[in-house]
Design a protein around this ligand. Structure first.
Ligand SMILES: N[C@@H](CCC(=O)N[C@@H](CS)C(=O)NCC(=O)O)C(=O)O
Length: 203
């Protein structure tokens, strides 16, 4: 059986738990507390040299890390992985957008505000820029969703899972989603997909 190393508050981990649930795949969940450095131990670094969750151990013992790579691995051969060249590339396009233009701002601002009582002076300095870039990512999403029900091919897929994870908890980083009616409607569409689980749901 596959083993998922994860931290329940992580959106990156949630992406993987969400797809595993929607595919109906059995796995063992092993929680590692990132607040206590449990992904930075010598033992964990043998699993993922980058010291982060989510990390998935496959049935043959191979360790796979990076949430979006794990999503592709799990989705291959299922309806979640598009078959044609352009749709696959468009799915990757939004997943790279998520990792480069969305997650570093929205997830990090949420992490600082939601998981710590007080920001460090450096976080205080960096926060306004993170918020600005987070809102820029939300603007891009809003524009796309004005004309599209989902991110790619007008059907729910991996790009939606990747972007939903931190967008649906963006308010925990004090992002005001009421300004974004199309994003809000899309969040509801994703939440109503069969098998959708909440972020704190354990298998
Ligand atoms: N790009 C990676 C990011 C993974 C990541 O940043 N994981 C965080 C939790 S969301 C983590 O493990 N942090 C603990 C640490 O860096 O020590 C992915 O998508 O999986």
């Amino acid at each position: 059986m596959m083993t998922l190393y994860d931290f329940m508050g992580s959106g990156n981990g949630y992406k993987v738990r969400l797809l595993l649930a929607q595919l109906g795949l059995a796995y063992m969940l092993v929680e590692r507390d990132i607040m206590k450095g449990e992904t930075r131990t010598p033992e964990f670094l043998t699993k993922n040299p980058n010291g982060r969750i989510p990390t998935l151990q496959l049935d043959d013992g191979t360790f796979l890390f990076e949430s979006d790579a794990i999503l592709w691995y799990l989705a291959e051969g299922t309806a979640f992985a598009p078959a044609d060249r352009l749709t696959r590339a468009q799915t990757l396009q939004w997943m790279f957008f998520e990792q480069y233009s969305h997650e570093p701002y929205i997830a990090v601002a949420r992490f600082w505000k939601h998981f710590f009582d007080k920001l460090t002076p450096q976080q205080e300095t960096e926060l306004p820029e993170r918020m600005k870039k987070g809102y820029a990512a939300l603007d891009v999403m809003e524009q796309h969703l004005a004309n599209n029900a989902f991110f790619v091919g007008n059907r729910y897929g991996l790009a939606d899972i990747a972007l939903y994870a931190y967008t649906h908890v963006a308010h925990e980083g004090d992002f005001d989603l009421t300004r974004y009616p199309h994003i809000t409607a899309w969040l509801a569409r994703v939440a109503s997909q069969p098998g959708c689980i909440s972020m704190d749901h354990k298998n």
